[in-house]
Design a binder for this molecule. Structure first.
Ligand code: AMP
Ligand code: MG
Length: 403
């Protein structure tokens, strides 16, 4: 059994980018940028007004000022502003030569002769200077950025319509267990529905993977081997759930070894998630992860280990977000041989409480959990009022409060 930190470090050390591909900028959400993106112009590209009002010379205030033209957004000024002059200007329009400030319309009165007078006490410049956000040629998005909607806006603003991103890791998902039926079936007798596969397929896709599903495999060594071999040949990573414990029908670790994977670890000092298996093909360009079948173990180990691993395969050093919080209540446990991850939610900003949690089969508990608090190996208790680090789930549904 190795520590959780060591196990994670080994997985991340094995992860390396798989190459890159060009995609249209609208399809980059959740992808990792594989090139530096530079601004093709200054941003803003010209000095522009931040307000609707009057462009003028501060020295001439409070006026009255003669209005020489009107400058809407999208039109170049036709006049320079001289002494005693102003131009009516709209937000986003270029500021005329000679003007050093824009009076907000709310701070002005227009007199009957058409002149305008400043009625405020003082005015800000209300100008956006050319290049004040970004200079032409400057890197606006560095390689390795995980792209979200703000990044999409920047790609659009600099006209970067084709973008090099890390190739998606191809991930094949296999469920093992003779007790499993698919969600559209009604389980009879000793059967249960397969909840791990839909969850894993979606978790992996959200982490940037190209996912492929290989169905349910019965607890049978030959069938398990055949499914793994097929998924191995068609993917970069094979992810299985179930069949990794020490039970009589747990064939996954041996089948992985039979399929050419060198097992890096098969037991992690983590609760939940102890029998997690990680392996690598001899040529170092294929990996396997065997997750415990218990749905909470699968959910948690994906989040803590596979999510950073899949982003590592895209060249991004993603880690779950961590925040500090104070415990509302005591947390206790008996077995201290493993690090424990306890599901919690925020009771208010900076405070967490345990959720009702019956163990690693209780997946419904994860729908209200917002993150995990760890009890290290050897630690039996954390006291109410203690400061802890909370590993926040990447898709935590915070009840109106987001830490
Ligand atoms: P195993 O790791 O195969 O020993 O399975 C541990 C527990 O998780 C058992 O109660 C299984 O029935 C359950 N389980 C295994 N695979 C799945 C799955 N795909 N969906 C839901 N529960 C599962
Ligand atoms: Mg099983």
């Amino acid at each position: 059994m190795i520590t959780f930190d060591k196990a994670l470090a080994r997985m991340l050390a094995a992860a390396r980018p798989l190459g890159l591909e060009q995609v249209p900028f609208g399809e980059t959400i959740g992808r990792v940028l594989a090139e530096d993106v530079r601004a093709d112009t200054d941003m803003p590209p010209f000095a522009k007004s931040a307000m609707d009002g009057f462009a003028c010379r501060r020295a001439d205030l409070p006026g009255p000022l003669r209005v020489v033209e009107e400058i809407p957004a999208g039109r170049m000024p036709q006049h320079a502003i001289g002494p005693g002059e102003a131009a009516r200007i709209m937000t986003g329009a270029p500021v005329p030569q000679g003007a050093d400030c824009v009076l907000m319309i709310e701070d002005t009165v227009e007199e009957t002769d058409g002149r305008v007078r400043f009625t405020g006490e003082r005015t800000a410049d209300n100008l956006c200077l050319r290049g004040e956000d970004v200079r032409q040629g400057e890197v606006v998005l560095p390689a390795g950025s995980l792209l979200g909607t703000a990044h999409l806006a920047v790609l659009a603003a600099v006209g970067k319509i084709e973008v090099a991103v890390a190739r998606r890791p191809r991930v094949g998902i296999i469920a093992t267990g003779s007790e499993l039926v698919e969600p559209d079936d009604t389980p009879q007798g000793a059967m249960i529905r397969n909840s791990n596969s839909p969850q894993l397929l979606t978790q992996a896709a959200l982490a940037g993977a190209a996912v492929k599903y290989y169905g349910i495999v019965a607890d049978d060594p030959g069938a398990t081997r055949a499914a793994i071999a097929r998924a191995r040949d068609e993917n970069d990573v094979v992810v299985l759930s179930g069949g990794v414990s020490a039970g009589d029908f747990d064939y996954v670790p041996a089948a992985l070894a039979d399929c050419g994977y060198r097992i890096v670890f098969d037991s992690v000092a983590m609760q939940p998630g102890r029998p997690t298996v990680f392996g690598e093909l001899a040529d170092g360009v294929g990996w396997c992860v065997g997750l415990p079948g218990n749905p909470v173990s699968t959910y948690v180990i994906f989040e803590l280990m596979l999510h950073p691993f899949l982003l590592g395969l895209q060249g991004h050093a993603w880690r779950p977000r961590e925040v500090e919080a104070v415990l509302d209540e005591d947390v206790r446990r008996r077995n201290v041989k493993r690090q424990a991850a306890m599901p919690v939610r925020f009771s208010k900003p900076g405070r967490v409480r345990l959720i009702e949690y019956h163990g690693s089969g209780h997946i419904a508990a994860m729908t209200v959990a917002e993150g995990l608090v760890f009890l290290p190996v050897g630690c039996a208790e954390l006291k109410a009022g203690e400061r802890v680090r909370v590993r926040v789930f990447s898709d935590a549904r915070t009840g109106g409060y987001s830490p």
